[in-house]
Design a protein around this ligand. Structure first.
Ligand SMILES: CC(C)(COP(=O)(O)OP(=O)(O)OC[C@H]1O[C@@H](n2cnc3c(N)ncnc32)[C@H](O)[C@@H]1OP(=O)(O)O)[C@@H](O)C(=O)NCCC(=O)NCCS
Length: 178
């Protein structure tokens, strides 16, 4: 049971934390019932320490770490995608769940999406992941599509949320060639 006074922080991952974050990601993804074996294997394989270090070298806000009373308990991996932010992954350790950590991670993604000049966040979740089907709308996301037999042959919901980003014309952002 998490004490109600616990302090949750979400910060960008530092390069020296990449090994610990890769371990955290593997611990969270490996037992997930919503993904088939091919998906679990593929998703763990693309989040090694080297991959995470490469990601933050390109975008220092792309990997975030949640800590509860100083202990690393959750993460997000996001990608800048033509002025959208794509949530590639987020997760929380099983023994730290239902204490608001994912909510804090999503609030951090709202903040860093705006910092990165983005006006929208988009994401997917497995159709049989009840936690995300509640969490995303509770955090202001709208369900916009269902893709059947999609990645790894599995079904996914797609979600979007508008955040306060810069105004932009249909031809691209000010000063950006399109
Ligand atoms: C989904 C996940 C990230 C939620 O993390 P969490 O820290 O437990 O979530 P929070 O405590 O911030 O919950 C916020 C809200 O989300 C919803 N929620 C969270 N877990 C839920 C669950 N198991 N069932 C139903 N609703 C849930 C609730 O509305 C909750 O609010 P409440 O606790 O006041 O009822 C976590 O269960 C997890 O890591 N799951 C495995 C990885 C995963 O599925 N990642 C998403 C891939 S798209």
């Amino acid at each position: 049971m998490i004490p109600p006074t616990s302090v949750v922080r979400v910060d960008p991952m530092l390069p020296q934390e990449a090994g610990a974050v890769a371990d955290l990601i593997r611990t969270i993804i490996a037992p997930l019932p919503y993904y088939n074996e091919q998906a679990r294997h593929g998703e763990i394989a693309k989040h090694t320490a080297t991959d995470l270090q490469r990601a933050i070298a390109g975008d220092p806000l792309s990997v975030a770490v949640a800590r509860q009373d100083g202990r690393m308990v959750g993460f997000s991996v996001t990608r800048f995608d033509d002025f959208l932010i794509w949530i590639a992954w987020l997760g929380v350790l099983p023994d730290a769940r239902r204490s608001g950590i994912a909510r804090a991670i999503l609030a951090d993604i709202d903040r860093t999406a705006s910092l990165r000049g983005c006006h929208k966040i988009w994401a997917d979740s497995r159709t049989d992941n009840p936690a995300m089907a509640q969490l995303f709308p509770a955090a202001g996301y709208q369900r916009v599509a269902t893709f059947e037999r999609h990645w790894y042959g599995q079904d996914f919901f797609f979600w979007q949320k508008f955040v306060s980003g810069p105004e932009r014309t249909a031809c691209g952002s000010p000063g950006q060639a399109s």
